[in-house]
Write a new protein. Structure first.
Length: 356
């Protein structure tokens, strides 16, 4: 059983509910990291507020007992002033009653950084921890970004007692695990000489933005989770440093909701399932939704459930869903609804049985 696991999820209803349907002993090991998603269309300020309020209600309904969570706006370009403050202030403030760890980076808007300081000054954030998210381009050499961290983030980092350092490898399937892990090790050591670090999180994904990059229609394949190899290499360097494993679950970090006219959606999208096992992702893809219909999800589920690595309906709520669909029971799946059981099954496997 993995004591601490950080799944990087889109801040959407299906992902929140997927966490809420986890067994309690699994959920207590999970520290979710949410990214507010890039919208289909540019949101107005009023739409942003409405969406944030809806999602905060979902958090309070489904995972109010979560021990702590991170939330960031990496994918979201919209910047609004709400009651005289940056929209990130409103986003974090909306999740009252939950221990939220704010996230900063050297590429965040200066108003985002001011909002984090204001969250502390107004006692909205009770945590003494701030998360610093560093992507591969920036953690390749600490000396290159050292001054930038000190200048841009000085006021933010001084407002907190400790830092959670997040090494975000993003899409890492083409990376050299030894090389990128060495950069993480070097950066971590140098950064820790200057700042007090509580925990270090290493995350990434081997899932591309488009499933068409890894398999054709009506086919299946397996992809090694390169992010696990990177993490293993990192922890091999340390005996007494707290590194925590993270990944992007079954959704690519480079995924975005494509703005497609509803009447064209079925022409473009194909049915697919992603299932994690033995440090691999299993992909199975059907045909276009227009040509083959939504009923093909039943066929995909039947194929998945016949695999020797399928863990059975009793393993998780997600696995139970797949088995139900394999028996062609219940309503048809949709590209959106398949996310919830897939995330639930993935997180359960990583916490319960993933060997690192």
């Amino acid at each position: 059983m993995m004591d601490n696991y950080v799944p990087f999820l889109k801040y959407k209803s299906n992902e929140i509910i997927a966490l809420g349907e986890l067994d309690s002993n699994i959920l207590e090991c999970v520290i979710p990291f949410f990214d507010y998603p890039r919208p289909n269309d540019p949101k107005t300020c009023e739409e942003f507020i409405s969406d944030v309020n809806r999602l905060s209600r979902s958090v309070k309904k489904h995972i109010s007992n979560i021990r702590e969570m991170y939330i960031d706006t990496y994918d979201f370009d919209g910047v609004y002033e709400i009651d005289g403050r940056h929209s990130y202030f409103y986003l974090v403030n909306s999740i009252e009653g939950v221990d939220v760890i704010p996230v900063v980076s050297i590429d965040r808007n200066i108003e985002h950084l001011k909002a984090v300081v204001d969250l502390v000054k107004n006692n909205i954030v009770s945590s003494d921890i701030v998360a610093l998210r560093i992507t591969a381009e920036d953690f390749s050499n600490y000396s290159v970004v050292e001054d930038e961290i000190k200048e841009l983030l000085r006021e933010v980092l001084e407002a907190f007692l400790e830092v959670d350092l997040i090494f975000d490898c993003r899409f890492c399937a083409s990376e050299d695990p030894e090389q990128i892990s060495q950069r993480i090790v070097d950066f971590s050591g140098l950064f820790s000489n200057d700042y007090t670090v509580r925990r270090r999180i290493v995350t990434g994904s081997s899932i591309p933005a488009s499933v068409g990059d890894v398999l054709a229609v009506n086919s299946e394949c397996n992809i090694e989770k390169k992010e696990i190899e990177i993490f293993k290499n990192v922890i091999d360097y340390f005996d007494d440093v707290n590194f925590i494993y993270g990944d992007y679950g079954i959704v690519s970090p480079n995924y975005s909701d494509v703005n497609i006219m509803p009447e064209m959606m079925q022409n473009i999208m194909t049915a697919k399932l992603i299932y994690t096992y033995d440090n691999n992702h299993y992909f199975i893809r059907g045909g276009s939704l227009k040509t083959n219909g939504y009923e093909q999800y039943f066929d995909l589920a039947e194929t998945l459930c016949a695999k020797p690595f399928f863990r059975g309906a009793d393993y998780s709520a997600g696995d139970a869903y797949f088995e139900e669909k394999s028996r062609r029971e219940g309503s048809n799946c949709m590209p959106g609804t398949i996310i919830k059981p897939s995330v639930n099954a993935h997180i359960t496997y990583i916490v319960r049985d993933c060997v690192i």
